[in-house]
Design a protein around this ligand. Structure first.
Ligand code: ATP
Ligand code: MG
Length: 288
């Protein structure tokens, strides 16, 4: 296991009966309804759900930026009262600071926290830059990097902080298919070197299964956890596993649940559900 900037801590997050509504009675709409799950210590939990089901709302609650109407969130048994440095949240819009070099961006967290000696910070930055293939670009500014390189820089900047819990909201959304696949591989390689409690949110099924120790499938709005699956694919993971029977079995099982949800949303007139159904049909009916 790689040496961390901070001593490893136990981190378990319990979410109990979360309900979140927007608006006022009787016109409110319920975004989360009795949502419960556990992020186990040292596990990579992936949350997958249809667009608009309340994933980002849930992340805001976990981050402590917003409060639930009912239910509670516990970190190692203690209620989460607001934002804290124990939880690092990476939003989809998160970007590198344009006025800093790649090196400066990655070193930023520990430099601000001032809890690690300078030489150790340097070692960690170099190691992470190497890991994400940016060692030759450390003196460049974000505008001199490609989109994929910028994302790798963000990944390194996130990993160096080593918080108790890391929460990522669709970090690879919007990347082209090849860059996205590479990002997944970088991400999995870095994570497999240390055990950290991570919640990774996505709407992409292959990404979800490839990364996950545990998969949570969320329902349409109001969001709740419909199914929990333990993904026992061996580690280290590699993309060849996406062809195995074991993998396809997990995918089939997850898609059945997602498909049933999409049909419900489709009946309600959702465009994203229609896209999902078309994709499902292509992959599972036409190829059969
Ligand atoms: N501050 C708010 N006030 C009112 N409604 C909101 C607010 N934030 C979110 N919503 C509504 O809650 C629902 C869920 O939104 P959320 O962003 O959590 O979904 P999501 O699953 O993250 O979607 P996506 O996959 O598109 O990112 C949406 O219908 C949205 O309109
Ligand atoms: Mg979202």
């Amino acid at each position: 296991m790689a040496e961390a900037t901070n001593a490893p801590r136990r981190a378990e997050v319990t979410v109990e009966g979360l309900t979140k509504r927007y608006g006022y009675h009787p016109f409110w709409h319920e975004v989360l309804a009795d949502c419960s799950f556990t992020l186990r210590d040292g596990e990579l939990t992936v949350l997958i759900g249809p667009s608009g089901c309340g994933k980002s709302t849930l992340i805001n609650l976990l981050a402590g930026y917003d409060k639930p109407d009912q239910g509670r969130i516990l970190l190692n048994g203690a209620p989460v009262a607001g934002p804290g440095s124990d939880r690092l949240v990476v939003f989809q819009e998160t970007a590198l600071f344009p006025w800093m070099t790649t090196y400066g961006n990655v070193a930023y967290g520990p430099r601000v926290a001032r809890n690690v000696p300078k030489e150790r910070v340097d070692e960690r930055v170099q190691a992470l830059l190497e890991k994400v293939g940016l060692q030759d670009f450390k003196a460049k500014y974000p505008s001199q990097l490609s989109g994929g390189m910028q994302r790798r820089g963000e990944l390194a900047r996130m990993m160096i902080n080593d918080p108790a819990v890391t929460i990522l909201d669709e970090p690879f959304r919007g990347l082209d298919a090849m860059t996205r696949e590479l990002m997944q591989e970088y991400f999995v390689t870095i994570l497999e070197e240390r055990s950290q409690t991570v919640l990774f949110v996505t709407s992409e099924i292959d990404e979800a299964i490839f990364l996950a120790d545990r998969l949570l499938i969320m329902s349409n709005r109001p969001g709740a956890i419909l199914k929990e699956m333990e993904i026992k694919l061996p580690r280290p993971r590699n993309k060849d596993m996406l062809q195995t029977e074991e993998y396809l079995g997990y995918k089939r099982e997850a898609l059945e649940v997602l498909h049933a949800e999409a049909i419900k949303a489709f009946a309600g007139g959702s465009k994203s559900a229609q896209d999902f159904l078309e994709a499902f049909h292509k992959e599972h009916v036409e190829q059969a």
